[in-house]
Design a protein around this ligand. Structure first.
Ligand SMILES: Cc1cc2nc3c(=O)[nH]c(=O)nc-3n(C[C@H](O)[C@H](O)[C@H](O)COP(=O)(O)O)c2cc1C
Length: 192
């Protein structure tokens, strides 16, 4: 399954924090693609419903927030240099902001906030992203680690299709994985 290949790549890069960065593409209100780098915050291990979901954190004030509200489809592109493996993970994003009514999801959001460093948490107290910079030095207090700030969002990418390309080998190897409505994955080996 794609999860075991991904786990192997993550393990091989366990001493390289930058291996946990991937590109997340969404669709804009203008119907154009928008892409940016984000940090992989792990899978949700203890939930059957969300077990294959990739966790990402973001700011409610970022452009992706409105884009995802309008159209939740997204694709992650992730390359691992040591295993020479690319994963393209497609699915829908679930936005968990401060207003989300689900207790289970709010617990996940809170857990995610609590696991962050102070340096990561303080970004959610900065002035509004992408607005004209007024002050060089943003004098703000470190947010409390217990409760998330209002603009802190957890994003869950629920994959339905994964395209795994391995450059190693001549010819290369490529596998397509698809998930059905029951959550069962099928794997097909395809030409690279
Ligand atoms: C290495 C790196 C890691 C980043 N991690 C995140 C992240 O985890 N979440 C996030 O929202 N933005 C992250 N960013 C910033 C985004 O790339 C982007 O600039 C920001 O989310 C605003 O994008 P948007 O307005 O399209 O939503 C990261 C940037 C870099 C370079």
């Amino acid at each position: 399954m794609w999860r075991s290949h991904l786990a192997r790549s993550l393990h091989k890069h366990r001493n390289q924090p930058e291996a946990r960065f991937f590109q997340l593409a969404t669709i804009g209100l203008d119907q154009r693609p928008h892409n940016r780098t984000v940090v992989f915050r792990g899978f949700i291990e203890d939930s059957d419903r969300f077990k294959d979901c990739l966790q990402i954190i973001t700011d409610r004030r970022s452009q992706k927030f409105e884009q995802i509200l309008d159209n939740p489809w997204a694709e992650v592109c992730w390359y691992f240099a040591k295993t020479r493996s690319q994963f393209r993970i497609m699915g829908k994003l679930c936005l968990i902001d401060a207003e989300n009514p689900s207790l289970e999801l709010q617990n996940l959001r809170q857990k995610s906030w609590q696991s962050l460093s102070d340096a990561a948490r303080i970004q959610f107290a900065w002035a509004h992203p992408r607005e004209k910079r007024i002050s060089e030095n943003l004098e703000i207090a470190t947010p409390a680690p217990s409760l998330p700030l209002a603009d802190f969002c957890l994003l869950l990418l629920e994959p339905i299709e994964v395209d795994h390309l391995e450059l190693r080998g001549n010819p290369q190897n490529r596998f397509l994985y698809q998930r059905d409505d029951q959550g069962v994955w099928t794997e097909i080996e395809v030409n690279p």
